[in-house]
Design a protein around this ligand. Structure first.
Ligand code: C5P
Length: 224
């Protein structure tokens, strides 16, 4: 059983969601997917007729008024937007294309970080995944993991995930999207994607989900 916070950061396609959920289930902890929150806010913006190029003030206005609720049960995590389960829609192409622009707006980040910190404070044990968890959201987390993998491996994983979920997936387009989001997420001014200095970096190129899971369990145990 987990007490405290495990911060799981890294770019997309590293297996972050899969291993975070699994770790939370195993440790009977909550699971918070912060990427889903940025995606839900992005969906709210798109539904309000905004685009990735809309002025930051308009994006902020929609983001601050959007009714988002995260269900943190690792057996069935989902995100609600105005009470509607939008789990499938937030993984689609339109949201994926616009999310990095929306999440680069500092006011959007401030609002979501505050909610994330409230969820963390309310939980006794929680696995939180994102891009800035160890560096900004939960700098005191007992364990900070930064998952990495090469661009090619990450794109291939995203592609398989898309195919399994019944979304059309083109390998070249997926790789281009992974590269584009990495660039945007790593170069934005507010909380760019980077490993916290005290995070343990795990390269998953050669590791199966099973192997990553086993390594994480050992780390949690080691830290008490
Ligand atoms: O993890 P996921 O791919 O669902 O995240 C979607 C996007 O949300 C990322 O590409 C990034 O732009 C943004 N994000 C963020 N900070 C987080 C989590 C996600 O900026 N903590």
């Amino acid at each position: 059983v987990l007490h405290g916070v495990v911060a799981m950061d890294g770019p997309s396609g590293t297996g972050k969601s899969t291993v975070s959920r699994r770790l939370a289930r195993e440790l009977q902890a909550d699971y918070l997917d912060t990427g889903a929150m940025y995606r839900a806010v992005t969906l709210a913006c798109l539904r309000a007729g905004l685009t990735a190029e809309s002025p930051a003030e308009e994006i902020t206005k929609v983001a601050l008024s959007a009714g988002i609720e995260s269900v943190t049960d690792p057996a069935a995590p989902r995100i609600l937007l105005e009470g509607e389960d939008v789990e499938a829609e937030i993984r689609g192409e339109a949201v994926t294309k616009a999310v990095s622009a929306v999440s680069a707006v500092p006011e959007v980040r401030a609002a979501l970080v505050a909610r994330q910190q409230a969820s963390i404070a309310a939980a006794s044990g929680i696995v939180v995944e994102g891009r800035d968890i160890g560096s900004v959201v939960a700098p005191d987390a007992g364990l900070k993991i930064y998952l990495t993998a090469s661009e090619e491996v990450r794109a291939a994983r995203r592609n398989r995930q898309d195919l399994r979920a019944g979304r059309t997936a083109d390998a070249a387009a997926t790789l281009a999207d992974v590269q584009r989001r990495d660039r945007l997420d790593s170069t934005r001014k507010t909380s760019p994607l980077h490993a916290a200095p005290d995070a343990l970096v795990l390269d998953t190129d050669e590791l199966s989900v099973e192997q990553v899971h086993t390594a994480l369990l050992a780390l949690v145990e080691e830290r008490g």
